[in-house]
Design a protein around this ligand. Sequence first.
Ligand SMILES: [Zn+2]
Length: 423
Amino acid sequence: MGRIFLQGANLIDGLHAPRKNHTVVIEGERISAVAADHEAPAPSANDTVFDLGGRSLMPGMVQCHYHVAYDNVRDLFDLDMRHPPTYLTLVAARNAKLLLQCGFTGAVGAGTLHNIDVTLKRAIENGLIEGPRFLACGRDVVTTGDSVDFHPSWWKLGMEGLGLICDGPDEFRKAVRDEIKQGVEIIKLYPTGGHGLTWPADIMTMTQEELNAAADAAHERGKKIRGHIVSKRGILAGLDAGLDVIDHCDMMDEVCIERLARQGTFVVPSLYFPYMMVEQKRRTGKAAFPGVEEMERGLEMSYRMLPKAQAAGVKLLVGDDFGTAAMPHGDYAKELEAYVNGAGISALEVIGWATRNGAELLGMKDDLGTIEAGKLADLLVVNGDPSADITLLQDRANLSVVMKGGAFVTCELSPATAAAQAA
Ligand SMILES: [Zn+2]
């Protein structure tokens, strides 16, 4: 089988500043060469050559807070009461394909039900459906009365909903082991309220002993664990337990930043929803709902802290609650704008969160996340330069190529023949 040549690229490789007139050669599922056009190997008659004409070439992105089975969620009951498992699995399969088409060649689950992440991962790996490389999450492992324990007791449901209810370290340990038995690779906890939940941010909804037991049970078996955490007290408790990912991290300050950087803990700020609400208020002069003012104060704090976290080397990620009514699936890349326009992080740095850092959370940093010879060819060709305008990534029409493991998911370019290129 011939090689694929992508010539004339504005190369955003994740290692250097963008470089014009570069060639990337793909052989099978991997990149075999990266060089300036005039130094690249010559294509032979068997090879397929594409001239990118100055379009940008960057690594595939990784959605690191992914709810593949959220479907137009308007209230808590929509999370697990509306659809039967079989229908919801088909919805999730559609979403997984859409994510890939939007340029996200990797995803890390942040809570699902009916073991859908594990099932989808298997179907994707077996070639049954199209979707991203996937780190599978399971149910939300929470305490009695937590925000995710929302079914009224008198309903006496007995169903396996989104929440897996545990109390005390022993029950958490057992629940985590049971999730791992089902194939889950990253466990989701809810140590605090806030960031849209029923309980406020400063309420701890897990004890330190429960957190430690859950984290130890995951790590003993080589799995990862993440937590929805908003308050400073919660962030420090999560750091003490050794969580791998802190989701949201709204009240992160300098003390938290120093420890997050030192421990190498990943952070998913997921600022898209508050960014969208505050921008709308600034544009129209009207708040969409009464909580927007408070949201704005929290957002300002995040805008101040994120550049400090970036400078300190905290491993920041992209990902948010897409699949809710306000944030439909397909809008994934809109989140990136919040960090550039709101927090003043450079577009190139945010691309690094979405690619290099995401690959590391997937556990694939030696295989993905940058464009280098030997790595897997998960690549995007973007019309224009997303390191100059991050919003280009929001429109799928700008993605003329999406490639996963050397295979085209999307290809809007016509190849030039090898002979014509060689002439
Ligand atoms: Zn979420």
